[in-house]
Design a binder for this molecule. Structure first.
Ligand code: FS2
Ligand code: SF4
Length: 541
Protein backbone atom coordinates (compact mmCIF):
# COMPACT_ATOMS: atom_id res chain seq x y z
CA UNK A 1 0.00 0.00 0.00
CA UNK A 2 0.99 3.60 -0.38
CA UNK A 3 -1.10 6.44 1.00
CA UNK A 4 -0.01 9.96 1.91
CA UNK A 5 -3.28 11.83 1.73
CA UNK A 6 -3.53 13.00 5.36
CA UNK A 7 -1.40 14.86 7.87
CA UNK A 8 -0.81 11.83 10.08
CA UNK A 9 0.81 9.78 7.31
CA UNK A 10 3.60 7.56 8.65
CA UNK A 11 6.91 9.35 9.11
CA UNK A 12 5.51 12.38 7.28
CA UNK A 13 6.17 10.50 4.02
CA UNK A 14 3.54 7.78 3.46
CA UNK A 15 1.77 4.80 5.04
CA UNK A 16 3.23 1.67 3.43
CA UNK A 17 2.53 -1.17 5.85
CA UNK A 18 -0.70 -0.16 7.60
CA UNK A 19 -2.45 3.19 7.86
CA UNK A 20 -1.89 5.25 11.00
CA UNK A 21 -5.66 5.81 10.68
CA UNK A 22 -6.33 2.07 10.79
CA UNK A 23 -6.59 1.51 7.02
CA UNK A 24 -5.37 -1.99 6.10
CA UNK A 25 -3.37 -2.71 2.92
CA UNK A 26 -6.41 -4.56 1.49
CA UNK A 27 -8.66 -1.60 2.13
CA UNK A 28 -6.03 0.77 0.71
CA UNK A 29 -5.82 -1.11 -2.61
CA UNK A 30 -9.63 -1.25 -2.91
CA UNK A 31 -9.80 2.51 -2.28
CA UNK A 32 -7.16 2.98 -5.01
CA UNK A 33 -9.28 0.85 -7.34
CA UNK A 34 -12.44 2.81 -6.56
CA UNK A 35 -10.63 6.06 -7.40
CA UNK A 36 -9.31 4.46 -10.60
CA UNK A 37 -12.73 3.32 -11.86
CA UNK A 38 -14.26 6.66 -10.82
CA UNK A 39 -11.66 8.39 -12.97
CA UNK A 40 -12.63 6.02 -15.79
CA UNK A 41 -16.32 6.87 -15.34
CA UNK A 42 -15.39 10.57 -15.29
CA UNK A 43 -13.45 10.25 -18.55
CA UNK A 44 -16.59 8.75 -20.14
CA UNK A 45 -18.96 11.42 -18.78
CA UNK A 46 -16.55 14.18 -19.84
CA UNK A 47 -16.41 12.75 -23.38
CA UNK A 48 -20.20 12.46 -23.49
CA UNK A 49 -20.64 16.09 -22.37
CA UNK A 50 -18.26 17.15 -25.16
CA UNK A 51 -20.48 15.13 -27.50
CA UNK A 52 -23.44 17.25 -26.36
CA UNK A 53 -25.04 14.62 -24.11
CA UNK A 54 -26.34 15.46 -20.66
CA UNK A 55 -25.30 13.34 -17.69
CA UNK A 56 -28.06 12.26 -15.25
CA UNK A 57 -27.80 13.63 -11.70
CA UNK A 58 -27.52 10.13 -10.20
CA UNK A 59 -24.24 9.60 -12.10
CA UNK A 60 -22.86 12.89 -10.71
CA UNK A 61 -23.93 11.81 -7.24
CA UNK A 62 -22.24 8.48 -7.70
CA UNK A 63 -18.90 10.14 -8.47
CA UNK A 64 -19.38 12.38 -5.44
CA UNK A 65 -20.09 9.59 -2.95
CA UNK A 66 -17.21 7.49 -4.31
CA UNK A 67 -14.76 10.31 -3.66
CA UNK A 68 -16.25 11.08 -0.24
CA UNK A 69 -16.06 7.42 0.81
CA UNK A 70 -12.27 7.44 0.33
CA UNK A 71 -11.67 10.48 2.56
CA UNK A 72 -9.48 9.72 5.57
CA UNK A 73 -11.39 8.02 8.39
CA UNK A 74 -14.68 7.82 6.47
CA UNK A 75 -15.09 4.15 5.65
CA UNK A 76 -13.24 1.04 6.81
CA UNK A 77 -15.57 -1.53 5.26
CA UNK A 78 -13.83 -3.46 2.42
CA UNK A 79 -17.16 -4.89 1.20
CA UNK A 80 -18.54 -1.42 0.45
CA UNK A 81 -15.59 -0.82 -1.85
CA UNK A 82 -16.10 -4.07 -3.82
CA UNK A 83 -19.77 -3.18 -4.20
CA UNK A 84 -19.04 0.38 -5.31
CA UNK A 85 -16.39 -0.69 -7.82
CA UNK A 86 -18.86 -3.12 -9.46
CA UNK A 87 -21.63 -0.51 -9.47
CA UNK A 88 -19.30 2.13 -10.91
CA UNK A 89 -18.20 -0.25 -13.69
CA UNK A 90 -21.84 -1.02 -14.53
CA UNK A 91 -22.74 2.66 -14.70
CA UNK A 92 -19.66 3.39 -16.78
CA UNK A 93 -20.32 0.51 -19.21
CA UNK A 94 -23.87 1.75 -19.83
CA UNK A 95 -22.58 5.23 -20.63
CA UNK A 96 -19.61 3.96 -22.64
CA UNK A 97 -22.01 2.46 -25.15
CA UNK A 98 -23.09 6.02 -26.05
CA UNK A 99 -19.56 7.29 -26.79
CA UNK A 100 -19.22 7.79 -30.54
CA UNK A 101 -15.41 7.72 -30.75
CA UNK A 102 -13.61 5.66 -28.12
CA UNK A 103 -10.11 6.00 -29.57
CA UNK A 104 -9.00 8.79 -27.22
CA UNK A 105 -10.36 7.27 -24.03
CA UNK A 106 -7.83 6.27 -21.36
CA UNK A 107 -7.40 2.67 -20.23
CA UNK A 108 -9.37 3.36 -17.01
CA UNK A 109 -12.43 4.19 -19.11
CA UNK A 110 -12.24 0.93 -21.05
CA UNK A 111 -11.24 -1.50 -18.30
CA UNK A 112 -13.97 -3.65 -16.83
CA UNK A 113 -14.33 -6.78 -14.69
CA UNK A 114 -16.98 -9.17 -13.50
CA UNK A 115 -15.48 -11.06 -10.56
CA UNK A 116 -13.69 -10.22 -7.33
CA UNK A 117 -10.43 -11.91 -8.36
CA UNK A 118 -10.12 -9.48 -11.27
CA UNK A 119 -10.69 -6.56 -8.89
CA UNK A 120 -8.09 -7.93 -6.48
CA UNK A 121 -5.53 -8.25 -9.22
CA UNK A 122 -6.19 -4.82 -10.73
CA UNK A 123 -6.26 -3.09 -7.36
CA UNK A 124 -2.54 -3.70 -6.82
CA UNK A 125 -1.66 -1.98 -10.09
CA UNK A 126 -3.49 1.36 -9.91
CA UNK A 127 -2.09 3.07 -6.79
CA UNK A 128 -0.62 6.53 -6.41
CA UNK A 129 2.94 5.38 -7.20
CA UNK A 130 1.99 4.33 -10.74
CA UNK A 131 2.64 8.00 -11.61
CA UNK A 132 6.43 7.93 -11.64
CA UNK A 133 7.30 11.64 -11.92
CA UNK A 134 7.03 12.94 -8.35
CA UNK A 135 5.93 16.45 -9.37
CA UNK A 136 3.19 15.21 -11.68
CA UNK A 137 2.14 12.74 -8.95
CA UNK A 138 2.12 15.53 -6.38
CA UNK A 139 -0.08 17.81 -8.50
CA UNK A 140 -2.42 15.00 -9.51
CA UNK A 141 -2.92 14.00 -5.88
CA UNK A 142 -3.29 17.63 -4.75
CA UNK A 143 -6.13 17.98 -7.28
CA UNK A 144 -7.71 14.63 -6.30
CA UNK A 145 -7.61 15.44 -2.57
CA UNK A 146 -9.16 18.84 -3.26
CA UNK A 147 -11.90 17.08 -5.24
CA UNK A 148 -12.48 14.64 -2.39
CA UNK A 149 -13.05 17.59 -0.05
CA UNK A 150 -15.32 19.26 -2.58
CA UNK A 151 -17.23 15.96 -2.95
CA UNK A 152 -18.01 16.02 0.77
CA UNK A 153 -19.54 19.51 0.42
CA UNK A 154 -21.51 18.46 -2.64
CA UNK A 155 -22.89 15.36 -0.92
CA UNK A 156 -24.22 17.42 1.99
CA UNK A 157 -25.72 19.99 -0.39
CA UNK A 158 -27.29 17.21 -2.51
CA UNK A 159 -28.94 15.71 0.58
CA UNK A 160 -30.72 19.05 1.00
CA UNK A 161 -31.74 19.02 -2.70
CA UNK A 162 -29.20 21.63 -3.77
CA UNK A 163 -27.20 20.68 -6.83
CA UNK A 164 -25.00 22.16 -9.52
CA UNK A 165 -24.23 20.36 -12.78
CA UNK A 166 -21.33 22.72 -13.61
CA UNK A 167 -19.51 21.80 -10.42
CA UNK A 168 -20.01 18.09 -11.13
CA UNK A 169 -18.86 18.52 -14.73
CA UNK A 170 -15.70 20.24 -13.52
CA UNK A 171 -15.02 17.59 -10.89
CA UNK A 172 -15.27 14.85 -13.50
CA UNK A 173 -13.19 16.74 -16.05
CA UNK A 174 -10.49 17.32 -13.44
CA UNK A 175 -10.54 13.68 -12.32
CA UNK A 176 -10.25 12.52 -15.92
CA UNK A 177 -7.37 14.98 -16.43
CA UNK A 178 -5.34 13.16 -13.78
CA UNK A 179 -5.21 10.22 -16.25
CA UNK A 180 -3.84 12.41 -19.04
CA UNK A 181 -0.08 11.93 -19.48
CA UNK A 182 0.07 14.81 -21.98
CA UNK A 183 -0.69 17.51 -19.39
CA UNK A 184 2.33 19.63 -18.46
CA UNK A 185 3.27 20.76 -14.96
CA UNK A 186 2.00 24.26 -15.78
CA UNK A 187 -1.33 22.88 -16.99
CA UNK A 188 -1.68 20.85 -13.81
CA UNK A 189 -0.90 23.93 -11.69
CA UNK A 190 -3.61 25.83 -13.57
CA UNK A 191 -6.02 22.95 -12.94
CA UNK A 192 -5.12 23.01 -9.24
CA UNK A 193 -6.06 26.69 -9.02
CA UNK A 194 -9.25 26.06 -11.00
CA UNK A 195 -10.09 23.38 -8.42
CA UNK A 196 -9.85 26.12 -5.78
CA UNK A 197 -12.19 28.33 -7.79
CA UNK A 198 -14.79 25.59 -8.09
CA UNK A 199 -14.17 24.81 -4.42
CA UNK A 200 -15.50 28.29 -3.60
CA UNK A 201 -18.58 27.55 -5.72
CA UNK A 202 -19.10 24.26 -3.87
CA UNK A 203 -18.75 25.91 -0.49
CA UNK A 204 -21.21 28.62 -1.54
CA UNK A 205 -23.69 25.93 -2.65
CA UNK A 206 -23.43 24.12 0.68
CA UNK A 207 -23.78 27.38 2.58
CA UNK A 208 -26.95 28.18 0.61
CA UNK A 209 -28.24 24.64 1.27
CA UNK A 210 -27.59 24.78 5.02
CA UNK A 211 -28.81 28.32 5.66
CA UNK A 212 -31.69 27.98 3.18
CA UNK A 213 -32.90 24.84 4.95
CA UNK A 214 -32.07 25.48 8.60
CA UNK A 215 -31.70 29.29 8.84
CA UNK A 216 -28.63 31.39 9.55
CA UNK A 217 -26.52 30.24 12.51
CA UNK A 218 -26.88 32.63 15.45
CA UNK A 219 -24.97 33.23 18.69
CA UNK A 220 -25.68 30.22 20.89
CA UNK A 221 -24.49 28.89 24.21
CA UNK A 222 -24.12 25.10 24.08
CA UNK A 223 -24.31 22.95 27.20
CA UNK A 224 -21.32 20.59 27.57
CA UNK A 225 -22.67 18.76 30.62
CA UNK A 226 -25.14 15.86 30.63
CA UNK A 227 -28.73 15.17 31.68
CA UNK A 228 -30.22 12.17 33.45
CA UNK A 229 -31.93 10.52 30.47
CA UNK A 230 -30.26 8.09 28.06
CA UNK A 231 -28.74 9.71 25.00
CA UNK A 232 -27.79 9.24 21.36
CA UNK A 233 -24.52 10.83 20.25
CA UNK A 234 -24.35 12.16 16.67
CA UNK A 235 -21.01 12.84 15.04
CA UNK A 236 -19.76 13.78 11.57
CA UNK A 237 -21.10 16.63 9.48
CA UNK A 238 -24.48 15.66 7.95
CA UNK A 239 -27.23 18.01 9.16
CA UNK A 240 -29.99 16.18 7.28
CA UNK A 241 -29.20 12.99 9.21
CA UNK A 242 -29.34 14.92 12.46
CA UNK A 243 -32.66 16.49 11.50
CA UNK A 244 -34.21 13.10 10.76
CA UNK A 245 -32.94 11.65 14.02
CA UNK A 246 -34.24 14.64 16.01
CA UNK A 247 -37.63 14.34 14.40
CA UNK A 248 -37.91 10.57 14.91
CA UNK A 249 -36.74 10.69 18.55
CA UNK A 250 -38.61 13.74 19.79
CA UNK A 251 -41.13 11.90 21.97
CA UNK A 252 -38.98 8.89 22.86
CA UNK A 253 -37.60 9.92 26.26
CA UNK A 254 -34.11 9.94 24.80
CA UNK A 255 -31.81 12.99 24.52
CA UNK A 256 -29.65 13.86 21.51
CA UNK A 257 -26.07 15.09 21.92
CA UNK A 258 -23.53 16.21 19.34
CA UNK A 259 -19.91 15.13 19.15
CA UNK A 260 -16.94 16.78 17.40
CA UNK A 261 -17.95 18.38 14.07
CA UNK A 262 -21.69 18.12 14.78
CA UNK A 263 -21.41 20.77 17.55
CA UNK A 264 -22.28 23.68 15.20
CA UNK A 265 -25.72 22.15 14.54
CA UNK A 266 -26.76 23.82 17.82
CA UNK A 267 -26.28 27.22 16.18
CA UNK A 268 -29.07 26.71 13.59
CA UNK A 269 -32.52 28.14 14.41
CA UNK A 270 -34.29 25.09 12.94
CA UNK A 271 -32.84 22.72 15.55
CA UNK A 272 -33.63 24.92 18.54
CA UNK A 273 -37.22 23.78 18.63
CA UNK A 274 -36.17 20.30 19.80
CA UNK A 275 -36.11 20.29 23.61
CA UNK A 276 -34.34 16.93 23.65
CA UNK A 277 -31.39 18.34 21.65
CA UNK A 278 -29.50 18.99 24.86
CA UNK A 279 -25.83 19.62 24.26
CA UNK A 280 -22.40 18.63 23.04
CA UNK A 281 -20.52 15.70 24.58
CA UNK A 282 -16.74 15.61 24.42
CA UNK A 283 -14.23 16.94 21.97
CA UNK A 284 -12.74 16.39 18.51
CA UNK A 285 -12.92 13.10 16.58
CA UNK A 286 -9.65 11.61 17.83
CA UNK A 287 -10.89 11.46 21.42
CA UNK A 288 -13.81 9.23 20.45
CA UNK A 289 -12.49 5.99 21.92
CA UNK A 290 -12.68 7.24 25.49
CA UNK A 291 -15.68 9.51 24.95
CA UNK A 292 -17.85 6.96 23.12
CA UNK A 293 -17.10 4.54 25.93
CA UNK A 294 -18.27 6.90 28.68
CA UNK A 295 -21.25 8.15 26.68
CA UNK A 296 -22.98 4.80 27.41
CA UNK A 297 -25.57 5.14 24.64
CA UNK A 298 -25.62 4.57 20.86
CA UNK A 299 -23.51 6.67 18.53
CA UNK A 300 -24.40 7.63 14.95
CA UNK A 301 -21.46 8.46 12.65
CA UNK A 302 -22.81 10.45 9.72
CA UNK A 303 -19.42 11.01 7.99
CA UNK A 304 -15.73 10.99 8.82
CA UNK A 305 -13.93 10.99 11.20
CA UNK A 306 -14.40 7.42 12.43
CA UNK A 307 -11.76 5.67 14.52
CA UNK A 308 -11.98 1.85 14.30
CA UNK A 309 -14.06 1.17 17.43
CA UNK A 310 -13.13 -0.64 20.63
CA UNK A 311 -15.14 -3.86 21.30
CA UNK A 312 -16.69 -2.22 24.39
CA UNK A 313 -18.87 0.12 22.32
CA UNK A 314 -18.78 -1.41 18.83
CA UNK A 315 -22.31 -2.81 19.25
CA UNK A 316 -23.51 0.74 19.97
CA UNK A 317 -21.86 2.32 16.91
CA UNK A 318 -23.99 2.92 13.79
CA UNK A 319 -22.91 4.44 10.48
CA UNK A 320 -24.76 6.10 7.62
CA UNK A 321 -23.94 7.88 4.34
CA UNK A 322 -20.25 7.73 3.38
CA UNK A 323 -19.22 6.32 6.77
CA UNK A 324 -18.72 2.62 7.34
CA UNK A 325 -17.16 0.17 9.79
CA UNK A 326 -17.24 -3.61 9.26
CA UNK A 327 -19.43 -5.25 11.88
CA UNK A 328 -21.35 -2.05 12.70
CA UNK A 329 -24.92 -1.55 11.47
CA UNK A 330 -25.11 0.80 8.46
CA UNK A 331 -28.37 2.68 7.96
CA UNK A 332 -29.16 3.46 4.31
CA UNK A 333 -31.51 6.06 2.91
CA UNK A 334 -34.51 4.97 0.86
CA UNK A 335 -35.13 6.41 -2.62
CA UNK A 336 -36.68 9.53 -1.03
CA UNK A 337 -33.78 10.13 1.32
CA UNK A 338 -35.63 8.83 4.40
CA UNK A 339 -33.54 7.00 7.01
CA UNK A 340 -35.14 4.81 9.64
CA UNK A 341 -33.30 5.40 12.92
CA UNK A 342 -35.77 3.46 15.09
CA UNK A 343 -33.24 0.74 15.97
CA UNK A 344 -30.86 3.35 17.41
CA UNK A 345 -33.67 5.00 19.39
CA UNK A 346 -34.85 1.64 20.79
CA UNK A 347 -31.28 0.72 21.79
CA UNK A 348 -30.82 4.10 23.51
CA UNK A 349 -33.84 3.44 25.74
CA UNK A 350 -32.03 0.41 27.20
CA UNK A 351 -28.80 2.33 27.94
CA UNK A 352 -27.64 4.35 30.93
CA UNK A 353 -27.43 8.13 30.75
CA UNK A 354 -24.04 9.51 29.67
CA UNK A 355 -21.31 9.75 32.30
CA UNK A 356 -20.50 13.38 32.94
CA UNK A 357 -17.00 14.35 31.78
CA UNK A 358 -17.29 18.13 32.05
CA UNK A 359 -19.75 20.90 32.88
CA UNK A 360 -20.45 24.34 31.54
CA UNK A 361 -21.15 26.03 28.22
CA UNK A 362 -19.34 27.01 25.07
CA UNK A 363 -20.37 29.77 22.71
CA UNK A 364 -20.54 29.71 18.92
CA UNK A 365 -22.68 30.62 15.95
CA UNK A 366 -20.49 33.28 14.37
CA UNK A 367 -21.12 32.38 10.74
CA UNK A 368 -21.26 35.16 8.15
CA UNK A 369 -24.79 36.50 8.77
CA UNK A 370 -24.26 36.75 12.53
CA UNK A 371 -20.89 38.46 12.11
CA UNK A 372 -22.34 40.83 9.49
CA UNK A 373 -25.02 41.76 12.04
CA UNK A 374 -22.19 42.71 14.40
CA UNK A 375 -20.14 44.38 11.65
CA UNK A 376 -20.43 47.94 13.01
CA UNK A 377 -19.29 46.82 16.45
CA UNK A 378 -16.39 44.84 14.97
CA UNK A 379 -15.28 47.65 12.64
CA UNK A 380 -15.47 50.15 15.51
CA UNK A 381 -13.35 47.86 17.70
CA UNK A 382 -10.70 47.70 14.98
CA UNK A 383 -10.78 51.44 14.36
CA UNK A 384 -10.45 52.25 18.05
CA UNK A 385 -7.53 49.83 18.38
CA UNK A 386 -9.44 47.52 20.76
CA UNK A 387 -8.94 44.72 18.20
CA UNK A 388 -5.41 44.70 16.78
CA UNK A 389 -5.59 41.64 14.61
CA UNK A 390 -7.74 38.62 13.60
CA UNK A 391 -6.28 35.13 13.35
CA UNK A 392 -8.03 32.59 11.15
CA UNK A 393 -7.28 29.28 12.89
CA UNK A 394 -9.69 27.02 11.03
CA UNK A 395 -9.19 23.39 10.07
CA UNK A 396 -8.80 20.06 11.77
CA UNK A 397 -7.72 18.60 15.07
CA UNK A 398 -5.75 15.37 15.38
CA UNK A 399 -3.85 13.06 17.68
CA UNK A 400 -0.34 14.38 17.29
CA UNK A 401 1.20 16.07 20.32
CA UNK A 402 2.63 18.74 18.02
CA UNK A 403 -0.94 20.07 17.76
CA UNK A 404 -0.68 21.40 21.31
CA UNK A 405 1.02 24.27 19.47
CA UNK A 406 -2.47 25.55 18.65
CA UNK A 407 -3.58 25.60 22.30
CA UNK A 408 -0.36 27.34 23.30
CA UNK A 409 -0.68 29.77 20.39
CA UNK A 410 -4.26 30.68 21.36
CA UNK A 411 -3.23 31.21 24.98
CA UNK A 412 -0.18 33.29 24.03
CA UNK A 413 -2.00 35.63 21.63
CA UNK A 414 -2.25 39.17 23.00
CA UNK A 415 -5.63 40.07 24.51
CA UNK A 416 -6.39 42.53 21.72
CA UNK A 417 -6.60 39.78 19.10
CA UNK A 418 -9.54 37.64 17.95
CA UNK A 419 -9.52 34.05 16.64
CA UNK A 420 -11.86 33.19 13.75
CA UNK A 421 -12.35 29.44 13.62
CA UNK A 422 -14.24 26.65 11.86
CA UNK A 423 -13.78 22.89 11.85
CA UNK A 424 -12.73 20.58 14.65
CA UNK A 425 -9.46 22.57 15.08
CA UNK A 426 -11.49 24.70 17.50
CA UNK A 427 -11.36 22.04 20.23
CA UNK A 428 -7.76 23.02 20.87
CA UNK A 429 -8.93 26.34 22.39
CA UNK A 430 -12.74 26.63 22.52
CA UNK A 431 -12.92 25.69 26.18
CA UNK A 432 -10.19 28.09 27.31
CA UNK A 433 -11.44 31.23 28.98
CA UNK A 434 -9.96 33.73 26.52
CA UNK A 435 -12.44 36.49 27.40
CA UNK A 436 -13.95 39.08 25.09
CA UNK A 437 -13.25 42.49 23.59
CA UNK A 438 -16.07 44.96 24.22
CA UNK A 439 -18.51 42.03 24.32
CA UNK A 440 -17.06 40.31 21.20
CA UNK A 441 -15.76 36.84 22.24
CA UNK A 442 -12.09 36.30 21.44
CA UNK A 443 -12.91 32.97 19.76
CA UNK A 444 -15.54 33.31 17.04
CA UNK A 445 -16.68 29.86 15.86
CA UNK A 446 -18.28 29.94 12.40
CA UNK A 447 -19.13 26.21 12.38
CA UNK A 448 -17.86 23.03 10.79
CA UNK A 449 -14.85 22.77 8.46
CA UNK A 450 -17.62 22.75 5.82
CA UNK A 451 -18.45 26.32 6.91
CA UNK A 452 -14.99 27.76 6.22
CA UNK A 453 -16.75 29.68 3.44
CA UNK A 454 -18.13 31.93 6.20
CA UNK A 455 -14.61 32.94 7.16
CA UNK A 456 -13.86 33.91 3.57
CA UNK A 457 -17.08 36.00 3.44
CA UNK A 458 -16.21 37.67 6.74
CA UNK A 459 -12.74 38.56 5.39
CA UNK A 460 -14.29 39.98 2.21
CA UNK A 461 -16.79 41.99 4.29
CA UNK A 462 -13.97 43.46 6.39
CA UNK A 463 -12.11 44.34 3.20
CA UNK A 464 -15.20 46.22 2.02
CA UNK A 465 -15.74 47.93 5.39
CA UNK A 466 -12.17 49.20 5.43
CA UNK A 467 -12.32 50.12 1.74
CA UNK A 468 -9.27 48.02 0.88
CA UNK A 469 -8.49 46.59 -2.54
CA UNK A 470 -6.53 43.57 -1.35
CA UNK A 471 -7.62 41.04 1.27
CA UNK A 472 -3.96 40.78 2.33
CA UNK A 473 -3.99 44.40 3.59
CA UNK A 474 -6.42 43.46 6.36
CA UNK A 475 -5.24 42.99 9.96
CA UNK A 476 -5.82 39.27 9.40
CA UNK A 477 -3.44 36.30 9.55
CA UNK A 478 -4.04 32.68 8.56
CA UNK A 479 -2.67 29.93 10.81
CA UNK A 480 -4.50 26.84 9.57
CA UNK A 481 -4.36 23.32 11.03
CA UNK A 482 -5.00 20.58 8.50
CA UNK A 483 -5.60 16.85 8.75
CA UNK A 484 -7.69 15.48 5.90
CA UNK A 485 -8.84 16.34 2.40
CA UNK A 486 -11.58 18.85 3.25
CA UNK A 487 -8.82 21.10 4.52
CA UNK A 488 -7.15 20.71 1.11
CA UNK A 489 -10.13 22.19 -0.75
CA UNK A 490 -10.35 25.00 1.83
CA UNK A 491 -6.68 25.76 1.23
CA UNK A 492 -7.06 25.73 -2.57
CA UNK A 493 -10.13 27.97 -2.26
CA UNK A 494 -8.24 30.48 -0.11
CA UNK A 495 -5.43 30.53 -2.69
CA UNK A 496 -7.98 31.17 -5.42
CA UNK A 497 -9.39 34.08 -3.35
CA UNK A 498 -5.91 35.61 -3.33
CA UNK A 499 -5.00 34.96 0.30
CA UNK A 500 -1.23 35.04 0.78
CA UNK A 501 1.15 33.91 3.54
CA UNK A 502 -0.98 31.11 4.95
CA UNK A 503 0.78 29.15 7.68
CA UNK A 504 -0.10 25.47 7.53
CA UNK A 505 0.59 22.94 10.26
CA UNK A 506 1.41 21.01 12.25
CA UNK A 507 3.42 19.66 9.27
CA UNK A 508 3.28 20.43 5.56
CA UNK A 509 1.52 17.80 3.40
CA UNK A 510 3.72 14.84 2.45
CA UNK A 511 2.08 14.87 -0.99
CA UNK A 512 3.72 18.19 -1.86
CA UNK A 513 6.93 17.34 -3.72
CA UNK A 514 9.83 19.77 -3.09
CA UNK A 515 9.20 21.45 -6.46
CA UNK A 516 5.43 21.79 -5.94
CA UNK A 517 6.02 23.12 -2.41
CA UNK A 518 8.45 25.65 -3.93
CA UNK A 519 5.74 26.89 -6.32
CA UNK A 520 3.34 27.37 -3.37
CA UNK A 521 6.00 29.17 -1.32
CA UNK A 522 7.11 31.46 -4.15
CA UNK A 523 3.66 32.34 -5.47
CA UNK A 524 1.54 32.30 -2.34
CA UNK A 525 3.98 32.64 0.57
CA UNK A 526 2.74 29.39 2.13
CA UNK A 527 4.83 28.25 5.08
CA UNK A 528 4.81 25.81 7.96
CA UNK A 529 4.71 26.67 11.63
CA UNK A 530 7.60 27.41 13.98
CA UNK A 531 7.58 27.98 17.73
CA UNK A 532 4.62 29.80 19.26
CA UNK A 533 6.85 32.66 20.36
CA UNK A 534 8.53 33.14 16.97
CA UNK A 535 5.26 32.81 15.06
CA UNK A 536 3.40 35.35 17.19
CA UNK A 537 6.26 37.80 16.77
CA UNK A 538 6.20 37.22 13.01
CA UNK A 539 2.42 37.56 12.72
CA UNK A 540 2.32 40.78 14.74
CA UNK A 541 5.21 42.50 12.97
FE1 FS2 B 1 -12.41 17.25 11.76
FE2 FS2 B 1 -12.38 15.06 10.70
FE3 FS2 B 1 -14.33 18.36 9.67
FE4 FS2 B 1 -12.12 16.97 9.17
S1 FS2 B 1 -13.98 15.70 12.11
S2 FS2 B 1 -10.64 16.35 10.84
O1 FS2 B 1 -12.60 15.12 8.78
O2 FS2 B 1 -13.88 17.17 8.45
O3 FS2 B 1 -12.61 18.77 10.42
FE1 SF4 C 1 -1.98 6.90 6.28
FE2 SF4 C 1 -3.56 9.05 6.36
FE3 SF4 C 1 -3.63 7.38 4.28
FE4 SF4 C 1 -4.63 6.65 6.66
S1 SF4 C 1 -5.39 8.29 5.29
S2 SF4 C 1 -3.36 5.38 5.31
S3 SF4 C 1 -3.12 7.64 8.05
S4 SF4 C 1 -1.92 8.68 4.89
Amino acid sequence: MFCYQCQETAGCTGCTKFGVCGKSPDLARMQDLLIYVTKGLSAVTTTLRAQGESIPAHVNHYVTINLFTTITNANFDDEIFYQRVFETLNLKNELLAKVADKTNLPEAALWTATDREELDEKSTKVGILTTENEDIRSLRELIIYGLKGLAAYMKHANELKYDNEEISAFMQKALASTLNDQLTIDELIALTLETGKVGVDGMALLDAANTGTYGNPEITKVNIGVGTRPGILVSGHDLRDLEQLLEQSKDSGVDIYTHSEMLPAHYYPAFKKYNHFVGNYGNAWWKQKEEFESFNGPILMTTNCVVPPAPSYKNRLFTTGAAGVPGCKHIDRDENGYKDFSEIIELAKTCQAPTEIEKGEIIGGFAHAQVFALADQVVEAVKSGAIRKFFVMAGCDGRQKARNYYTDFAKALPKDTVILTAGCAKYKYNKLDLGDINGIPRVLDAGQCNDSYSLALIALKLKEAFELTDINELPLAFNIAWYEQKAVIVLLSLLYLGVKNIHLGPTLPAFLSPNVAKVLVENFGISGIGTVEDDIKLFLE
